[in-house]
Design a protein around this ligand. Structure first.
Ligand code: UN1
Length: 496
């Protein structure tokens, strides 16, 4: 069945202004067209920004707990439709069904979490240094916000951004990846059914970066939140710099798992497989470096290699599939080129390394779970984000060395350490340079009630998810109010 996706502007589902369409395809079998979507242009963006602007005053002034009620309903509707939406995620994006359902669950979680934030959008009240005077702060929305989202979490990431921006009172225009328009439209459809007033949420589809950039730099947009590649994020950062517009960026990662000599080996292997090959390695939190203590090194590699070689590639909708396809041929070729680079750099290929295109796999881009051993920190496969099922194993002889290696890349999103020694894990926790640290758990699977954000080249320092200290801080701005009820001129700093 081909889904008919439309733009959603001012509460109406509509075609692109010039009537053109593009298709999204099932990465497991590209003969299967998932959706026809409107190939949108500047006029569609202009209309959606105008709709968001027109809807802003009413939405901004609706009490935040009332806004939260709409998000509660959206959470309930997402729960009702979880199976259907999870299958759509798998069909349009390729991740295995359990993860497709997890993608939807993450959206449910953030819906309920942000709905509750509607009753917690706190400011501060502090004493004044002067009598008969109040000092307090309140949170206000930024205005019209552009949300530009990737394909790897086609429901969860738009949901993170939508629900956080909406609870704060912003109106939005969502531009999802052109790989996954049907998932985005399904989410927006849920918000419509939940009772979102017309114009508060608008959707414009593809094509790719041109529309996203036009939207983010649009003169009537107040802020932008972007998740995607470093190259696209940094480009956007340069475009937006002269506009002095708040910009939240979530970009790449080169996340490490440190495995110390006293680690629970079986647990560490499971974490490495899950973090390295879950979502076919197409997560910004994917574990792509394993820094293993020399005491464990050989046994770790042997066991990991055997387990990875036994993973089943295939269509994520088929039960028993461990690893789905890559999103498209360009991404597949990029992954293969990194495998060639690893071999040329002198790393040892333990398992995998090839595209599999026999039989049922002929019409997607499937790459075997691939492990390189004897990788050194300066190799490109140890430094650059691959975004595929390729894992590099490096060795270390101490905790300090492991942390140095982990911190030696420009990224800093998620790092894990496996050790039974609490003194070791506490030091790692303190010294690792990344926004998220896992102890005895893999690098993937962050929960929505805490901020999610990368340090250094992984992000702009404006985390997603979480409340204060997280997404609420980005999607709202603080206004400070001084109220003097003394009836006379009081001079701060002077009247003491
Ligand atoms: C991403 O890969 O862009 O922590 C997001 C995780 C998920 C989110 C990943 N909850 O792996």
């Amino acid at each position: 069945m081909v889904e008919l996706v439309r733009n959603f502007i001012a509460g109406t589902w509509c075609e692109a202004s010039d009537g053109q369409q593009f298709a999204s395809r099932n990465p497991a079998d590209t003969r299967d067209t998932v959706a026809g979507a409107p190939l949108s242009g500047k006029r569609d963006v202009d209309r959606s920004v105008a709709a968001a602007r027109a809807a802003l005053p009413g939405w901004r002034l609706l009490p935040a707990p009332r806004r939260g009620e709409i998000l509660f309903r959206a959470g309930a509707l997402l729960s009702r439709d979880k199976q259907r939406l999870g299958e759509l995620v798998t069909r349009e994006m390729g991740k295995v069904l359990s993860e497709g359902l997890g993608d939807v669950q993450e959206a449910i979680d953030i819906a309920f979490y942000m709905a509750g934030e509607g009753r917690r959008l706190q400011g501060e009240t502090v004493p004044s240094e002067l009598p008969d005077k109040e000092c307090r702060s309140v949170r206000e929305p930024l205005g019209v916000v552009a949300l530009v989202t990737p394909w790897n979490f086609p429901i969860a990431i738009p949901a993170w951004k939508l629900f956080a921006s909406l609870i704060c009172g912003n109106s939005v225009v969502l531009k999802p990846s052109s790989e996954t328009p049907a998932c985005a439209a399904a989410l927006v459809g849920i918000l419509e059914e939940a009772g979102m007033p017309a114009g508060v949420v608008n959707l414009v589809c593809g094509p790719g970066e041109a529309v996203g950039e036009y939207l983010a730099t649009h003169p009537d947009v107040d802020a932008c939140s972007f998740t995607g590649s470093c190259a696209a994020g940094e480009h956007l950062e340069r475009q937006l710099a002269p506009l002095h517009r708040p910009l939240a960026l979530e970009m790449g990662g080169k996340n490490a798992i440190i495995v110390m000599g006293d680690a629970n080996l079986e647990l560490a292997i499971e974490g490495a497989l899950w973090g390295g090959f879950g979502t076919s390695g197409q997560r910004c939190t994917a574990a792509s470096r394993l820094i293993v203590h020399e005491k464990m090194y050989d046994s770790f590699i042997t066991m990991l290699g055997e387990r990875a070689a036994g993973m089943r590639l295939g269509d994520g909708l088929r039960p028993g599939t461990d690893v789905g396809p890559l999103i498209n041929a360009a991404q597949g070729e990029k992954v293969l080129s990194y495998i060639r680079i690893g071999i040329e750099e002198g790393a040892r290929l333990v398992t995998g390394g090839r595209r599999v295109d026999a039989g049922d796999l002929a019409n997607g881009f499937f790459v075997e779970p691939t492990i390189f051993a004897d990788v050194t920190p300066s190799m490109r496969i140890a430094r650059e984000e691959i975004f595929g099922p390729v894992v590099s194993v490096l060795s270390c002889s101490s905790l300090d060395e492991a942390i140095d290696i982990a911190n030696s890349v420009p990224f800093g999103l998620s790092t894990a350490i496996y050790s039974r020694d609490v003194n070791v894990t506490a030091r790692a926790e303190r010294d690792i340079l990344s926004g998220i640290v896992y102890i005895n758990a893999s690098t993937i699977g962050a929960e929505v009630q805490l901020p999610f954000g990368g340090w250094r080249h992984s992000g702009s320092g404006h985390p997603e998810a979480g409340g204060r200290g997280g997404a609420i801080d980005f999607f709202s701005r603080v206004k400070v109010i001084y109220r003097d009820y003394s009836g006379r001129l009081q001079k701060a700093q002077i009247d003491k």
